[in-house]
Each structure stands twice: as structure tokens, then as C-alpha cells.
Design a protein around this ligand. Structure first.
Ligand code: SAM
Ligand code: SF4
Length: 322
């Protein structure tokens, strides 16, 4: 279905949990989220599946499961299996911090998950621990390797770049793309919720790109069939790809094709907008399929043309679902 700016909305990102086993400095306060949802406030798998079925009627074909950390939710494999059986769903991806990926990768693939995006902001254990506050890098690297081995390909590695924190590892990450068939994607640090965002920590895409080209070599543009908001490049002779997602310095909103469903059942038209419609309340009030469809259509029409119209969203990223 088209929104008011002629963008085709065919992608739904679903946060299935607000909890996480890491505490990334760019996403959460050190003590975690104080007002975590009680279990009954989180959409059940049945409710999510119902929303997806109705979304498919409106043209949704692509789903991404995210969180918090989606692999923490019980029953995730059978949920993916049921999701994959919905006629009209062509693609299911997941964004995960990778900590539990080694354990789940094979079963997820068998259940119908097509690919994973794994967040990894440092290749150094001490730095990784500084950024995630509690994480252990070995688990994540093992998870990435396993995902690639079982066929959850191409594995996309998401690196949020923060000046003075992990920008010294940009070349290391880019060089990694020469050896492995992953897509290493550098993401501009976004001010979301009450996170640690400061102008001094922000590094624009052009600066990241320049750093790679100065130190390693030319980034050759790489045309991806469906690139979404990312721009892709290859280093000479590389097995993998280098990508950039620059929501702050590039007008990526013209290509936006997505809605976001939070774990508590709020449907959001835009990451950078705090407008949201309470789909859970409507669903639990016994609304008809038509009424739910109507709410989804209204949300699509609420999509702003661009993030310049918006302010910093109040919700932390872990509860919106990145
Ligand atoms: N826990 C999972 C993970 O970390 O991949 C999924 C949820 S996380 C909120 C989704 C994505 O949002 C991650 O790739 C993370 O790096 C990204 N993210 C979170 N806060 C961000 C911020 N302030 N700026 C840019 N990306 C952010
Ligand atoms: Fe957890 Fe992902 Fe947020 Fe890190 S980015 S705290 S792993 S939800």
C-alpha cells in the first residue's frame, strides 16, 4: 500500500520483547530500562501473527523481528515457523546482538528465517565490554560464524560508529570485509530516547568513508537489488561488502517502506516520530479485522515525509525495535 508520499509500504519491523541481555551505551541506560513491561502487556505471538496476516492484505511482504533482544523470548523458533507459513510473507529477517545466536541459528533457519543482522561495535573484547557494558565478544563472533554456516546469509554486521569510542576500529572492520562474505554496515549514531548521544560522539558517513578510502583503498559502488536505506560498496578483491546507513546526513526517508510495531503493541509510522497507534488496545477490545486494517491504514497515512519534521523520539531504541 502507498503512503501519502507515494512510498510503497511493504515492510513491518516487529519488536517482540523490550528486555535485553546487553546494555549498549548508545541504546540503554546502565541500569537498563526502568519501566519494563509486565508479561501481559506484551503482544502475544498469536496477536502478532494476526496483525501480520492483516498486514499482508495491505501489501506487507517483508518482516524483521527485533527487540530488545529477540532471542531472549521463549518460543521464538516456533513463532518464526508460524510466521513463515503466512501466505504472502516473502522474507523474514532478524536483528540480534548475537549473544545467543550460536544456539539458535540452525533451528531458526529451519523454521524459515532467511537472514540475520548482528550488532557488533568492536572487534576488541575490552572495547566491546565498554560499549555493551556486560557482553562477551566471543559469543557474538561464534554466533555470526554459525549463522553464516547454516545459511542465514548474507550476515549483516551492524556497527554504530561513535567518535573517540570505536572510530579507531573502522579500518579493522572494513578490512574484515575482505576476508569474510559478510556485509559490514557502518551506522550513524542517532539521538534516540535518553541515550548517550552527543555532537562530539557523532561521526558522519562521509568521514567514515573517507577514513576507509584514505587508509585502505577505493570503495567501489555495489548495486544491491533491494538496498533499503543502505548504500553499498566493495573493496578491491573483497569477499564481503561495506555498507553505510546514514539517517542523519542522508535523505534516506524518500526510500522508507516500513512500519514499526513495538512489543507493547503500538504501531509507529516512523522511527523518529513519537506518534503511535495503540493496536493492542484495539485488538483486545474485540475489534473486527476491518477495524484493525483501518488502524494500519491510518498509521501508513501518518508517515511523515522526512525526519526533519520530527524531533528526538522519547522511547529508547530497545523498546521501539531498531
Ligand atoms: N538487540 C538487538 C541488536 O542489538 O541487534 C536488536 C535491537 S537493537 C535496538 C537494533 C539495532 O538498533 C542495533 O543494530 C543497534 O545497533 C541499533 N541502535 C540502537 N540504538 C542506536 C542508536 N542510538 N543509533 C544507531 N543505531 C542504534
Ligand atoms: Fe540490547 Fe540491542 Fe539495545 Fe544493545 S542495541 S542494548 S543489544 S537492544
Amino acid at each position: 500500500m502507498k503512503d501519502n508520499f507515494n512510498r510503497n509500504i511493504d515492510y513491518l519491523r516487529i519488536s517482540i520483547i523490550d528486555r535485553c541481555n546487553l546494555r549498549c551505551i548508545y541504546c540503554m541506560p546502565e541500569e537498563g530500562i526502568s519501566n519494563l513491561l509486565p508479561h501481559h502487556e506484551i503482544l502475544s505471538y498469536e496477536e502478532i501473527l494476526k496483525i501480520v496476516e492483516i498486514g499482508v492484505d495491505l501489501g506487507i511482504t517483508k518482516i524483521r523481528i527485533t527487540g530488545g533482544e529477540p532471542l531472549l523470548r521463549k518460543g521464538i523458533v516456533s513463532f518464526i515457523e508460524r510466521l513463515a507459513k503466512i501466505e504472502g510473507i516473502q522474507d523474514i529477517g532478524m536483528t540480534t546482538n548475537g549473544v545467543l545466536l550460536k544456539k539458535f541459528a540452525k533451528d531458526l533457519y529451519k523454521a524459515g528465517l532467511k537472514r540475520v543482522n548482528v550488532s557488533l561495535d568492536s572487534l576488541n573484547q575490552d572495547k566491546f565490554r565498554t560499549i555493551t557494558r556486560v557482553g562477551s565478544i566471543g559469543e557474538v563472533l561464534d554466533g555470526i560464524e554459525e549463522a553464516n554456516k547454516v545459511g542465514l546469509k548474507p550476515v549483516k554486521v551492524n556497527v554504530v560508529v561513535m567518535k573517540g569510542i570505536n572510530d579507531d576500529e573502522i579500518e579493522k572492520f572494513a578490512l574484515w570485509s575482505k576476508e569474510v562474505e559478510y556485509q559490514i554496515r557502518f551506522i550513524e549514531f542517532m539521538p534516540i530516547g535518553q541515550n548517550a548521544w552527543k555532537k562530539e560522539l557523532f561521526m558522519p558517513k562521509d568521514e567514515i568513508k573517507e577514513k576507509i578510502e584514505n587508509k585502505i583503498g577505493k570503495l567501489i559502488p555495489f548495486q544491491m537489488k533491494k538496498s533499503g536505506p543502505a548504500e553499498y560498496f566493495m573493496l578491491e578483491g573483497a569477499k564481503g561488502i561495506v555498507g553505510f546507513i546514514s539517517p542523519i546526513t542522508t535523505h534516506i526517508c524518500v526510500r522508507c517502506n516500513r512500519l514499526r510495531l513495538t512489543a507493547e503493541g503500538k504501531l509507529r509510522p516512523c522511527l523518529f516520530s513519537d506518534r503511535e497507534l495503540d493496536l493492542k488496545r484495539i485488538l483486545r477490545s474485540g475489534a473486527s479485522t476491518e477495524e484493525i486494517k483501518e488502524t494500519i491504514i491510518r498509521t501508513i497515512h501518518l508517515k511523515p515525509q522526512g525526519m526533519s519534521e520530527q524531533s528526538q523520539p522519547l522511547r529508547p531504541m530497545s523498546t521501539i525495535g531498531g
